[in-house]
Design a protein around this ligand. Structure first.
Ligand code: GLU
Length: 302
């Protein structure tokens, strides 16, 4: 099966499956409302199904109270989704199995470096598409004895993808160019995008405190849940490079993608929990209706 042809889902499939996949590490704000509503509207217009997935792999930052609030906010917005809701924290051993497959292919290596170590060694001006310092391959060639010693001493480590090797392996498995189909809001195929995972460097596949990372669990779950349409913000557009690479390496099907525009604040920054942007909960307590939210999120005009 060649990438770019039959692995892409298309409209003749009877079940079109969309998903909204929030992380319960804070309250939902208008940007999330936009994402949720775009996903629901597209699913509805296509006669497709809507899933909700709770991406709570980060056990330090995710909290049950946020999850409860997310469900309440989404119901208030008028979303209906299929039950049961998949919660990623309940599937951590499964992601470990997928990571192990990459490990058996010789594509992962342990990295003990802290953020501080990485920042100290980072090469000025070399950043990934998110603007973070590009990993300077610090522990890539660590001697086996040192790896064994550090592991024995219980030093925590992440698993990183040997990007060069991973790209070469994927190319052997599927020689066609690594691409994805970007749909516009009307579900027309807008463009075939060439994925460029190399620009991410040796990405983390399993975090120090987890069996997985966002990149790994998202591709595994989209495949296991037979998601045909991934709709999410433009901030995750470049991450699709890594997702496409993992899909080839793990033999997973390829959904279609729609990355919607982001909502910006007056200063031109994307809305975020961290910047204290107004939560849906507080907008609601100030009297906003779900119709107001559609307008504030720029979906409907006044
Ligand atoms: N969990 C991610 C987030 O809240 C979204 C993941 C996705 O849609 O692929 O930003």
């Amino acid at each position: 099966m060649t990438v770019g042809q039959s692995t892409h889902y298309n409209a003749i499939m009877s079940d079109l499956i969309f998903r909204f996949a929030p992380s319960p590490n804070g309250h939902l704000h208008l940007g999330h409302a936009l994402s949720a509503l775009v996903t629901r509207d597209m699913a509805q217009e296509a006669g497709g199904r809507l899933l909700l997935r709770i991406e709570d792999i980060d056990t330090e930052r995710c909290r049950l109270e946020f999850e409860t609030q997310i469900l309440e906010d989404l119901e208030w917005l008028g979303l209906e989704w299929e039950k049961p809701v998949r919660r990623q924290s309940e599937h951590l051993p499964l992601y470990a199995d997928y990571a192990a497959r990459l490990g058996e292919m010789g594509l992962l290596y342990p990295c003990f470096a802290s953020r501080k170590d990485i920042a100290a060694q980072a090469v000025q001006g070399k950043t990934d598409p998110d603007g973070a310092a590009l990993y300077p391959n610090l522990h890539k060639d660590m001697p086996e004895e040192e790896v064994a010693r550090r592991k024995k001493e219980g030093e925590p480590f992440a698993l990183r993808l040997d990007m060069e090797k991973a790209i070469a392996t994927a190319h052997v498995m599927s020689p066609a160019p690594l691409t994805f189909q970007e749909l516009d809001r009307n579900m027309e195929v807008g463009e075939t995008v060439l994925a460029n995972p190399a620009r991410w460097g040796d990405a983390v596949i399993a975090r120090k405190n987890s069996t997985t990372s966002y990149h790994l669990s998202v591709v595994v779950d989209d495949a296991l849940q037979s998601v045909t349409h991934v709709t999410r913000g433009r901030d995750l557009y470049a991450a699709t490079d890594i997702h496409r690479l993992l899909q080839v390496l793990l033999g997973l099907p390829v959904p279609l993608y729609h990355h919607h525009e982001l909502l910006m604040d007056e200063k031109g920054h994307k809305l975020s929990k961290r910047h204290g942007d107004k939560s849906l909960k507080s907008l609601r307590s100030e009297g906003a209706t779900s119709r107001d939210i559609r307008q504030l999120a720029g979906i409907d005009r006044k």
